[in-house]
Design a protein around this ligand. Sequence first.
Ligand SMILES: O=C(O)CCC(=O)c1ccccc1C(=O)O
Ligand SMILES: [Mg+2]
Length: 324
Amino acid sequence: MRSVKLYRYQLPMDTGVILRTQRLVTREGWVVELRDGDAIGRGEIAPLPEFSHETLEQAGEQAQAWLANWQATGEQDFGELYPSVAFGLSMALMELAGELPVEGNYQVAPLCSGDPDDLVVRLNAMSGDKIAKIKVGMYEAVRDGIVANMFIEAIPEVKLRLDANRQWTPTKAHQFAKYVKPEHRSGIAFLEEPCTTPEESLAFAQETGINIAWDETVRDEGFEVKAEPGVAAIVIKPTLVGSVARCIELVEQAHAQGLTAIISSSMESSLGLNQLARFAKWQTADVIPGLDTMQLFKAQLEQAWPECELPVMPLSEQEVVWQQ
Ligand SMILES: O=C(O)CCC(=O)c1ccccc1C(=O)O
Ligand SMILES: [Mg+2]
C-alpha cells in the first residue's frame, strides 16, 4: 500500500542572506513523505529563488500531480520534471527503497563570507585537509587577490576553493590573479566561474595557471563534461540539476574524465542537507562536499545537522498540504 504526504515548510533565515539581488528572509519548500508498507522515504523540493527557473508554486503543483500518479500506478519517470522536483522525488524513492546509504560525509569546507581572520582560526583547528571556500567577485578584484594570497601565506598547506559566480570581466579576473603570487597559485584548488562566459574563464585558467571549476556552466543548455586544460572540477547542486540518476551520471562522467565532482548545497533545509551528505559520501567518497550552509539559517527541519545548535522544527509542525 503506497501513501503520500506533502508538507510545505518555512524556515527563518539568518539576517543578511542575499541571493543575487534579493534578501532571503524565509526559506520555503516542500517535503514529500512516501510510505510503502513499513518503509518510509523523504525528499525535499525547494526551488532556490534567483537560481531555479521554477517557482515554489509550480514545483508544488507538479510534484502533487506526479505523486498522485505514482500512488495510483507506481510509475517512476522523472524525464519532464523541473530539476528541484526531479531531485526531491527521486531522493524520496531512493530512501524508500533503502538505496541511499546511511553514512554521510559531514566534513565541510568552511565558507568565509566575513572576516578572513575568523577563517584562519577555523582552518588552524581543522585536522586533515585544510580546505576552505571563499566568495570572491563581490568587492574589488584586487582585494580578493590580496585576501587569497594572505591565506596561502598564513596557512601554506591550505587548498582554497574560490567562487566568483561569473562576476569578473577578463580584466578584473587578471587584476585578481596579479595579486596571487605565482608560487601561491597551487594553493587554489580551483576558482569557480571567474568570468561572465565559459570561454573567458577557460582562457583565464590557461593564462594564469589557476585551475577553475564549473558550477553555473553545468546547468547551461548543452553542457558536456569534458577534461580541458585548467579545468579541475565540476560542482553539482542537485536541486538545480535534477534527478539522483542525472547527478550520478554527471559524477561518473567527471570521474571518467579525471575531474573532481563536488556535491554542493542549494540552501536546502537540514533535512535535504543530511541527504546530500549521504549522497556525497556514497558518490564522491574522498571529496569534501560544499555543504556549509546551515549557518545561513535560524532553524533546522526535523533532523539536526551534526554539531549545529540551531533549534530543530519537527516536520509534524509544518503544514500538510496534501495526503493520500
Ligand atoms: O557550493 C558551496 O560550497 C556552498 C553553496 C553555494 O556556494 C551556493 C549555494 C546556493 C546558491 C549558489 C551558491 C554558489 O555557488 O554561489
Ligand atoms: Mg558557485
